[in-house]
Ligand binder design. Sequence first.
Ligand code: ATP
Ligand code: MG
Length: 511
Amino acid sequence: MSLNFSKLFSSKKRQDIQQVPSQIGLPTNVKHDYHVTRNAHTGELEGLPESWIRLLNAQITKEEQDVNPRAAVQALKYYNYSIKKKPTEPFKPLITAEQIEEESAEIENILGPKVLAGRNIPTWGEDESPKVKQKLAPPVPPAKPSGYKAGGKVNQEALVNHVQQALDEALNLAVVDGDTTGLKKHEEEEICGSPLLRKKERSTEKLTDDQIYEELRRLCHPGDPCRRFDRSKELGAGASGTVFIAYDTETKKKIAVKDIDLSKQPRKELILNEIKVMKEFNHENLVNFLDAYLVRNDHLWVIMELLDGGPLTDVVTETVMKEGQIAAVCREVLKAVSFLHGKGIIHRDIKSDNVLLGMNGAVKVTDFGFCANIVGDEKRQTLVGTPYWMAPEVVTRKQYGKKVDIWSLGIMAIEMIEGEPPYLKETPLRALYLIAANGRPAIPRWEKLSPEFKDFLDCCLQVDVDKRATADELLRHPFLRNCMELTTLTPLIKAAQKILGKGAGIDLLHK
Ligand code: ATP
Ligand code: MG
């Protein structure tokens, strides 16, 4: 089997870095028991499938394997788990605690229960030798860079149901308490990992296609959107559809339309559920859903707010941000993350590509809906998200919870300082290894940062999940006292758009 890693980042610049497709033969449906040991003489890991060993030896040096064999095996497992996913299993960044457990069990079983049972490899949680703690020098020359789209097995239907239930629950509690205390209790319970949500039969389960279309017609705005929306420039294409700018002739405002070809959607009921859920999610720091239309029965138009400044990635790669501007972006993203966490939802794909900007300096988080896959979409064969923003516990599967978003925010802050996340030039497997082995990454410009910013980063990039701050704690951090006005982002956006040759289409449309 050969895999094509063509899909990577939405930013053009990053695509350029990672364009080379990787052709690696990997085992699928491996269910045998493997007993991993380390050869005392050669230092090599033994007992893994041959192709895995080849992959490991090609990308992670023997010395590195020796320094942290557990991180090497864990990175390999996570990597192979991620790429074995089928295109019919949609990846969605949003995930709940229950699904994390399901995903961890699947990763653990990828080679069978005996993996990592080797006597030379310490189990997680055991004291590591000083050698293991030693930081690893960045790496051997990367092999072929390849695309990697993160994630684990996510039963999207269950997710949407869970999200809906979390939402119902949160709203109920808030009403009962008459304030937000209910939300807090809700959150605390979830941190402890105990299941907190009622199981309900959802009306959308096991519907026929006809029933789904009937329900869709009921949920969607009636009529032909082409009469109301004047569609123009294409902004880009994602996994589930293509995004266009359009002019709303009723409100006289520009909006974004995501055009989803339903005939290519393997599980239409998920889209249905998503519309229901997305309608409930409204926050000033989320890219909000406005409406949905059914076009000719096989296309769904999802109308969203238009963020005409493009992704934060353009700004971080092209311009140098001041600390006050970085603080302002962090504050806005934290407000969105706090909102989601308050509802028991983890975004798990926080990165500059998923933060969209308005020309006025609005900062909004996106990519929490409509991430379903298209049947036969080659680029989705790999699924599985970008590893560079992943918290160590995503790889190690230790104490995986909502704080993964806080780590990712810290990595995004590094993007705002350095222009890119750590290890971006490494292959995904190597990046996973380095994240698991090194923990907190080095920040080259560290000495130039203010004490408040350093402390903020310290709070985000704690490997120990318990020591890592929550979104609400960070919203009170002194670093955010020095936020600059959001409008100061406008010149940065304009400068980035000019360099990248973007923006003119948005500016000139119906001016
Ligand atoms: P994925 O399928 O993983 O979400 P993607 O984010 O590249 O990949 P889309 O979400 O379909 O794909 O978005 C396509 C392009 O349109 C991206 O460049 C994105 O930044 C842009 N875009 C998406 N939504 C909006 C919006 N509401 N306003 C402005 N631009 C948007
Ligand atoms: Mg997207």
